[in-house]
Structures are given as C-alpha cells and as structure tokens.
Ligand binder design. Structure first.
Ligand SMILES: [Ca+2]
Length: 179
C-alpha cells in the first residue's frame, strides 16, 4: 500500500451530534454496529450498514446510503492495491462514520414519529394492533424469544379494552409516558 497515491483520503463526517447524545443512545448505536459487523473487522458493508440503520429505526433510501459510501466509505480491509481505486459499491463504513450518520439522524428525530415507526415494525401486516403473535415474532427475530406468559402479560398491561392487542394510540401513549 505504501507509496500509492491513487486512493483518495476519505474523511469521516463530523460527530458533533453523536457526542451530544445521551450515553444510552450512543450505546445503542455502538451495539448495533457490533451486531452487524459479522466478521468483527470494524467495518460495515453497504447492506450491513443499512440493516444497522434499520435496527436503529432509520430506513435509509438506497440513494442516500450510496451517497454516504461515495463520500465517507473506505476500502475493505485487505483491498488489493492492484485493483486500484475502490469504487463506492465496494467501500465500507467505519464505526466513526456510522456514529456520525446515526448520531445526526437520532439528534433530529421526532419522538412521536419514531414510536409510530416502531409500531409499524411490529404490526407487519398493518392490522392496526400489535398482537401476541407480533410480539413473539419480533422477540424471536431479535434473538430474545419471550415466554408465552410474558407476552400475555405485556398484552394485558397495554391493552386497555380487551381487544387482544395493542393499538397504535395505546402504544404511543404508553411509550411517551415512560419517557
Ligand atoms: Ca465487517
């Protein structure tokens, strides 16, 4: 690699927003990064980055992700010098860049909109309520399968009028009251 000048220096975006986030949110970002950095090399490729952002509640358009790659992406570890300039589709994101991008998005997000988004994440078939099945599926997907009794308790706690699930209103009210 030494002596090669064809690779441009890709700066990382400023992390001012990230630095101002509460510790809890910083941890959230760092844990998501670790989770999706499957090979533990401290970098995320295009898809891993989008999954990581989605896990944090941000649905980044492909165009925007590509823009970040072009601007801030770095070649993957061990990119062979003879391949020359690493074009954006091959580039990867460092933790610093992920912190900066996620930090900016987190700093400007609207809590109500976030809750609605979270609700839609559970309610995949848009039936308007989160049911026990939804909770089961999501808990399995995130690798923390819940007991049936735990799920029933959650539904009972949230479901104010016994319709067998949690409506978007109940969900947002409940979550806002916990803030
Ligand atoms: Ca990686």
């Amino acid at each position: 690699m030494a002596g090669r000048t064809s690779l441009p220096i890709h700066g990382a975006p400023p992390r001012d927003d990230y630095n101002k986030l509460p510790e809890e949110q910083k941890t959230q970002i760092n844990e998501a990064f670790e989770l999706f950095d499957n090979n533990d090399d401290g970098r995320l490729d295009y898809n891993e980055f989008r999954f990581c952002m989605r896990a944090l509640g941000f649905e980044l358009p492909k165009q925007e992700t590509y823009g970040y790659l072009t601007k801030y992406g770095i070649p993957p570890a061990g990119w062979p010098a003879e391949r020359g300039e690493c074009t954006p589709p091959w580039r990867q994101f460092t933790l610093q860049t992920t912190q900066a991008v996620a930090g900016q998005l987190m700093a400007k997000r609207d809590p109500m909109e976030e809750l609605r988004r979270a609700f839609r994440l559970f309610d995949v078939d848009s039936k308007g309520i989160i049911t026990a099945e939804d909770l089961q599926r999501v808990s399995r997907e995130i690798g923390q399968a819940l007991e049936d009794s735990e799920i029933q308790n959650m539904i009972q706690e949230f479901d104010s009028n016994g319709k067998g699930g949690v409506s978007e209103d109940e969900f947002t009210k409940l979550m806002m009251s916990k803030k």
